[in-house]
Design a protein around this ligand. Structure first.
Ligand SMILES: [Zn+2]
Length: 401
């Protein structure tokens, strides 16, 4: 008996979340003695959703943990790499490939794809919001819209994508960071008085937790913002506007008014934090209107998946692929200055960047050899820093255009 409709870690690891046709294929191959045939299967993505030009690869750590112990070699691009579906020379970019007897991992394909398709979608949506916010602080508030079983995965993907923190307690704990949150309307409703609620928060919460007053419960935001500033004075770190859609009108204008009224009274130190139904476009507009930080929920936690697919490209050392796929083992070469990738057959020499002529670095590196992990797994914070460094290059390139 289980309480929730979720797979256990063991079931996932054994491949029990597979689509049935892989199981059947394995059975047939075993019966005919073909299951030990060595293949190379690579993972590439199709067109990205929402017309995204690039994606953030996420879920590689879990992929490695899934494949550990199986008789395979795995080569992968680093988690957090910003990739395009196609390389500069027009070849689909393999983000990962597996080498080994097909029968040993056929039943894992469903899980292999599922681990990176959703996480990469979330990380990409987060990275785009971070860019739209022009690198101002952004926090993940979206786990309430999704099944709680995957809350830590969603929080990790949002954080890796460049978010500054997550609201989920377990997600934050597994990443070794502190969860982030302000106060819900429930707190103010139970006190039936904003000022009493804000003061109680200040009284009870330890000093390291920033005082962020929710200022849209009973009155107009600019009135409540001033009330909060007068109540908590220099201790007030920020006001949060989570204005309901029915009252929102021109939200950017509301933010400008709040800023004006706070500044007029000398509360220039009080930041403006906005949340509620935000997406990339809204974050950009509200950031330009003066919002300092953002809580983004469903738009990121429910991000479209990136449709990765796995295909065999080599059998017993010989290149072979289905229509629409390029055969053979490949290497992805990157220019770290231009973020340009070139895909070449594995035996071709290292190319030079077609744009800046600099040396290119190989991106597909061994992560598992004979079932053993042969790479150091970076922390979520290290992966996030890698993403942010690439986002800065993208932001710079956009400015030049
Ligand atoms: Zn270059």
């Amino acid at each position: 008996m289980r309480r929730f409709y979720i797979a256990t870690e063991e079931e996932i690891k054994k491949g029990e979340t597979t689509d049935v046709y892989f199981e059947r294929t394995r059975k047939i191959l075993e019966a005919k003695g073909l299951d030990k045939i060595k293949v190379i299967a690579e993972i590439t993505s199709g067109k990205l959703p929402r017309n995204w030009e690039w994606g953030v690869l996420c879920g590689i750590e879990e992929e490695i943990k899934l494949l550990e112990g199986y008789p395979v070699n795995v080569y992968s691009m680093p988690e957090g790499v910003i990739f395009r579906p196609q390389s500069y020379n027009g070849v689909k970019i393999p983000v990962l490939y597996i080498e080994g007897p097909y029968g040993s991992f056929a039943h894992l394909e469903t899980a292999i794809l599922g681990l990176i398709c959703q996480a990469s979608g979330v990380a990409t949506a987060a990275a785009r919001v971070k860019l739209a916010a022009n690198f101002k602080p952004v926090y993940a508030f979206g786990i309430r819209r999704m099944h709680p079983a995957i809350a830590p995965m969603l929080d990790r993907a949002a954080y890796i994508g460049g978010f500054d923190g997550v609201s989920g307690v377990l997600g934050a704990k597994l990443m070794g960071i502190k969860p982030v949150g302000t106060m819900p309307h429930a707190l103010i409703i139970l006190f039936k008085d904003q000022i009493k609620a804000w003061k109680a928060f200040d009284e009870i919460m330890p000093p390291e937790i920033p005082r962020i007053a929710l200022v849209d419960t009973f009155y107009d935001e600019k009135i409540e913002a001033v009330m909060a500033a007068e109540a908590l004075k220099e201790k007030l770190f920020a006001v949060r506007l989570d204005t309901p859609g029915s009252r929102r009108g021109d939200f950017a204008e509301i933010i400008r008014e709040v800023r004006w009224e706070l500044d007029l009274r000398g509360y220039n130190h009080v930041k403006i934090f906005v949340s509620g139904g935000l997406n990339e476009e809204k974050v950009k507009i509200l950031s330009e209107a003066g919002a300092d930080a953002f809580g983004v929920g469903t738009n990121v936690s429910n991000a479209p998946t990136i449709d990765f697919a796995m295909d065999i490209v080599e059998v017993e050392g010989k290149p072979i692929a289905k229509r629409g796929k390029m055969a053979g083992r490949k290497q992805v070469w990157r220019c770290n200055n231009c973020l340009i990738d070139i895909v070449l057959p594995i035996n071709k020499p290292k190319p030079k960047c077609p744009k800046c002529n600099k040396e290119m670095t190989e991106m597909l590196k061994p992560v598992i050899i004979n079932g053993k992990i042969v790479t150091k797994l970076p922390t979520a914070t290290e992966i996030r820093n890698y993403v942010l460094n690439q986002l800065k290059i993208i932001a710079k390139t956009r400015e030049q255009i």
